[in-house]
Ligand binder design. Sequence first.
Ligand SMILES: [Zn+2]
Ligand SMILES: [Zn+2]
Length: 372
Amino acid sequence: MNDNQSDILHCCEYINMNEEKSTIISDLCPPCGNCCSNLLKCPPSRDIEINVMVANIQDRFRIPWQGGARRISLDSAVPLLLFPATLYFAAQGFWPTILLFPLVALFLYYIHYTVRKYRVATKFFYVWTLTSASLVFMVFQFIVVPLLDINSLENTIITVNMIATTVCFYFTKKYAVKSHLKPDLELTNVNDLVDADENIVLLNDAEEIQCNTCKKVVPPRTYHCFVCKTCIIQQHIHSYWIDCCIGKYNRKPYIAGLILGTIMFTFLSNLILTTLCHPFNVFATIMLPDDCSDVYYDIMYGICFVSGLYCFAVAVILFFMFIYDTYMVSLGITYHEWQENYKDYKRDRSWFLSRHVIMNVLSNWRAFFNNV
Ligand SMILES: [Zn+2]
Ligand SMILES: [Zn+2]
């Protein structure tokens, strides 16, 4: 080893037994070596390939499988582990429940806020929806029903409602593609622009609407989705929870799914919590949980209890989403358009009660049901 070599060594580098320069991490993990050594250079190199390193780590995250190890994406694996772990640890006692629920809610909110802000495509929330819904249903079928003597009528109502909600969200996802801007529509518009002079004038004068991102000519009320990477006709939102855009052609099953989901989770949480927690009558046969102090004596009762709480939280969120969505439909706009015009509406507080708006509510709902 000569002096020149030792002079240019960074903090994680060394000269190995073959008198060659090497780094600590590249010996442990050769594919990550270049990226890690770039990260650990003192001073750090400008050429930090974080994306390459993340891709390398993700590429190695695999499970043994017949015919070759299958890759599992990290964002799909986290909810699969996190949700059951949350239920288990929250079921340990009063304070774990009180601490874990807000912590997980904050974590989900932060991740959702970040992926929306940076328009990241991720399956994290979709896998969370599937994992939590199926696990809660399994807890209900295999623990709550035998342990708490749920009668067959109540079980049937929950099961039918669960299937109906799943069907609604299945069609929401299936019909999402219908709201994507079709290639033939794009071609028609482009051909119109090229072939017919009068169309060019007409379109250039007033009617041409171009997507700022993909530079395609689009119909009115069309917005580009950076996650789906296409233009969506009447885009309402991109729902990470069901991993698709809500647009013109799938808003009906989406709203139906929201209200059916609200009813199912409310009934499910009420059923679990009232059976566990010494219920009292509020009105007629409607009961509410009273004293839940002894649910932590058995881990199975604890899991039932926290599942009931989770169902209640989901029901509240779905209910507010349903109210918000029906409000948007009544106004005849999408969430995207609401955000664009929010300041105008806010300035005029009585606007939403004005005669003009109220007169249009019926026609807006008619347009919604007719896919106009
Ligand atoms: Zn576009
Ligand atoms: Zn989208």
